[in-house]
Design a protein around this ligand. Structure first.
Ligand SMILES: Cc1ncc(COP(=O)(O)O)c(C=O)c1O
Length: 395
């Protein structure tokens, strides 16, 4: 089996992640902040250790501004809906995932105005000059994905961050596809709100995400409830992180994320990115030699996260994905990847693409086997005309 769907969620996880979660549930699985007994205290300590590790990882000055959420979507919803009010103007791109697009569409219905900027046709990312031109007196926030989950194009967040600071705007980054492999530095990149998935490049389990809330940001809550602190109050506590972490946390997920972070720090993000980019470059080089394959991505592989989107002739991406899965045991994602706006921008709407996203545990040999499979599929021509052309395992 070859797993090439790490942009959806990373798999496998490092052994240390499985072990840490198993051990936590067996030995320290109390409810953090809810009681003074040793298991609750041990759970609190472990959660706070991971919060500190995450803060260090993104060079955040204050660990209490690292909020644990349930995924990147949760982080983005909290950041956007907790901040924006009717009359506010927001600048974003037409490459965004639905977890940015849908909250913004909802906010538009409530009177928030949004500028949706297209990437520059030359280099594939939104030009900082275009962002500057879109700023109005009502602009409050620039929110942008660091890397597109459809074609992998990296956007220049340092330039956007400098621009936001110069114009006294807030800057939010969706780092779902980059956290764990690219440098994220709250201070140097002038990031006010950083949203991450815990289960993709950070190598934790599903059900955990992170939102960093900078000091210039005053967010309202989207949820209120028990925090284990100030139990005498009927109002939500105001101090961070408790203000935004109510209800029992996904402690075992947070501990798994901590083990993922430890693994990444031990290996080094440079080494992780270099390996993944080598695999993506091998894939791109091989695909360029296969007749009938169209690849959608950056001009240079180095400007692209390890995410490769393609189509094969007029064959439907779904059919290609089914054959890859059932005849070759290769797991990829097909369709619109929850980002219809990006596909409209790239010209691949409504069918979408076949997306291959190598991770740190993939090998060159797996990429070569995948290329051979794609070549066989491409040789078949239009799959709709030959639905039974390659025998699937189930057939
Ligand atoms: C760019 C981008 N943003 C946000 C998300 C949402 O992440 P999550 O699944 O952790 O909510 C994804 C998920 O694929 C993504 O690719």
């Amino acid at each position: 089996m070859i797993y090439l769907d790490n942009a959806a969620t990373s798999w496998p996880k490092p052994e240390s992640v499985y072990r840490a979660m198993d051990e936590f549930l067996r030995t320290s699985g109390g409810n953090p902040g809810r009681g003074g007994h040793s298991m609750a205290v041990a759970a609190s300590r472990m959660v706070e250790d991971v919060r500190l590790a995450m803060a260090r990882f993104i060079n955040a000055p204050d660990k209490d501004r690292v909020i644990f959420t349930f995924n990147c979507t949760d982080s983005l919803n909290l950041g956007l809906k907790g901040l924006l009010r009717p009359g506010d103007h927001v600048i974003t791109s037409s490459l965004e995932h639905n977890s940015v697009v849908r909250p913004l569409r909802k906010l538009e219905q409530q009177g928030v105005r949004v500028a949706w900027l297209s990437p520059h046709p030359e280099h594939g990312f939104v030009a900082p000059e275009d962002i500057e031109k879109a700023i109005t007196s009502q602009t409050r926030l620039i929110v942008i994905t660091h890397a597109s989950n459809v074609n992998g194009v990296i956007q220049p967040i340092e330039a956007y961050g400098r621009l936001a600071r110069r114009h006294n705007l807030l800057f939010m980054v969706d780092a779902a596809q980059t956290a764990g492999r690219y440098v994220l530095d709250i201070e140097k990149q002038n990031i006010d709100l950083l949203a991450c998935s815990g289960h993709k490049g950070l190598l934790g389990p599903p059900g955990v995400g992170v939102l960093y809330i900078g000091e210039r940001v005053d967010l309202d809550t989207l949820r209120e409830g028990g925090t284990g602190s100030h139990s005498e109050l009927e109002e939500q506590p105001v101090e961070l992180p408790n203000k935004f972490e109510c209800g029992t946390a996904n402690t075992v997920g947070i501990v798994g994320l901590g083990a993922g972070l430890e693994f990444i720090c031990r290996e080094g993000t440079d080494k992780i990115l270099a390996h993944e980019q080598e695999l993506a470059a091998r894939l791109l080089e091989g695909l360029a030699r296969i007749k009938g394959v169209t690849v959608y991505g950056a001009k240079q592989p180095a400007d692209q996260a390890p995410i490769v989107s393609l189509t094969i002739g007029s064959s439907g991406p779904g059919e290609v994905g089914t054959i890859l899965d059932q005849a070759f045991d290769i797991k990829v994602r097909t369709g619109l990847h929850c980002a219809p706006a990006a596909h409209k921008t790239m010209g691949t709407f409504p069918r979408g693409t076949v997306r291959l996203s190598p991770g740190y545990f993939n090998t060159s040999a797996e990429i070569d086997v995948t290329l051979q499979a794609i070549e066989k599929i491409a040789r078949m021509g239009d799959l709709e005309k030959h639905p039974a052309g390659i025998q699937t395992k189930k057939a």
